[in-house]
Write a protein that binds this ligand. Structure first.
Ligand SMILES: Nc1nc2c(c(=O)[nH]1)N[C@@H](CN(C=O)c1ccc(C(=O)N[C@@H](CCC(=O)O)C(=O)O)cc1)CN2
Length: 302
């Protein structure tokens, strides 16, 4: 059997970013509005610092405003809530991003719930989750599931109808919204998790397999239906197998095994990861369009 087609998330994300840049220029020209995202980072988690820097660079590259709030790890919850209140009230801020994870002394749900839903660029607010779950217009869709769906549509030529989809993982940030998006595409959706019986068997039935479980290389090659499309959301840093003291990134899928069975597969790195940041840019543009009464880019509507 031929090896799987490699889904190039990096290239697709570059194209999406170019389309967002065009949308930004058009909004400036038509309404005199520059989309702006407030980027809130609390503490010094090294991975979060890297992601936040990439987001701030992407904003600048695409002609958007970035309002950076890098706060100390011992910032109090009340101070963070007060910052969110200020950003909610600032008309130049169209989107607010609070980088996760937050330090343990801060109640993440309380912070996310404080962001007004129309500025919730990550789509994590319960109002946006509810709009998505009910198929209502105006939902801001979480970036990683949105990016995964755009890659799936591109791979399958928009033909997801009737396909059996298995989402492995039930987080509020990826698994649940991913399942909602696939349902909207008329897939037959199963959500599997750590307590699912016969996980390999469930996976083997899937035409579309989205792995978002956060366990390095958990999905083995013989769990995959021949020809299935595999979207690997996992980003796990593990000890390098041959270079002592070094680490490497792997997904939730054993790539070398899966690539021999699947019809198409996202690599890690270079698959879903770059789409997360591109979709954040898209959601920020969409929020600015809504605030200005301008048409919202179709890709953001899922
Ligand atoms: N508020 C949020 N916090 C977090 C989110 C999120 O969507 N919103 N997601 C992750 C981290 N994340 C963005 O914040 C993110 C993760 C990975 C990538 C990415 O491009 N990964 C590269 C590899 C990067 C590397 O070498 O480490 C890839 O997969 O090719 C982008 C964004 C948790 N927090």
């Amino acid at each position: 059997m031929a090896e799987a087609r490699i889904i190039d998330g990096k290239a697709f994300a570059a194209g999406l970013r170019a389309r967002v840049a065009e949308g930004v220029a058009a909004l400036k020209a038509s309404h005199g509005v520059t989309p702006g995202l407030a980027v809130v980072l609390v503490g010094e988690d090294p991975a979060s610092q890297v992601y936040v820097r990439s987001k701030e660079k992407a904003l600048a590259d695409l002609g958007m405003n970035s309002f950076d709030h890098h706060m100390p790890a011992d910032l109090g919850e009340a101070e963070l809530l007060a910052l969110i209140d200020r950003l909610n009230a600032d008309p130049a801020v169209h989107g607010i991003l609070v980088q996760l994870p937050l330090p343990k002394h801060i109640d993440t749900q309380k912070i996310l719930a404080r962001i007004v839903p129309e500025k919730d660029a990550d789509g994590f607010h319960v109002v946006n989750a509810g709009l998505l779950a009910t198929g209502s217009p105006g939902a801001i869709v979480p970036c990683t599931p949105l990016g995964s769906l755009l890659l799936l549509r591109d791979t399958l030529g928009n033909d997801l109808k009737g396909k059996r989809a298995l989402v492995l993982g039930r987080s509020n940030i990826v698994g649940k919204p991913m399942a909602q998006l696939l349902l909207q595409q008329d897939c037959t959706v199963t959500v599997a998790h750590s307590r699912t019986q016969d996980l390999p068997g469930e996976c083997r039935r899937a035409d579309i397999l989205v792995a978002a479980v956060g366990r390095p290389e958990m999905v083995r090659g013989d769990w995959i239906k021949p020809g299935a499309v595999v979207i690997d959301v996992g980003i796990n840093r593990v000890p390098h197998p041959t270079e002592p003291g070094k680490t490497k990134l792997v997904g939730d899928v054993a790539y070398d095994e899966a690539v021999k069975v699947a019809g198409a597969i996202t690599p890690v790195p270079g698959g879903v990861g770059p789409m997360t940041i591109a979709c954040l840019m898209l959601n920020t543009l969409a929020a600015a369009c809504r605030a200005a009464g301008a048409p919202v880019p179709a890709e953001a509507l899922a």
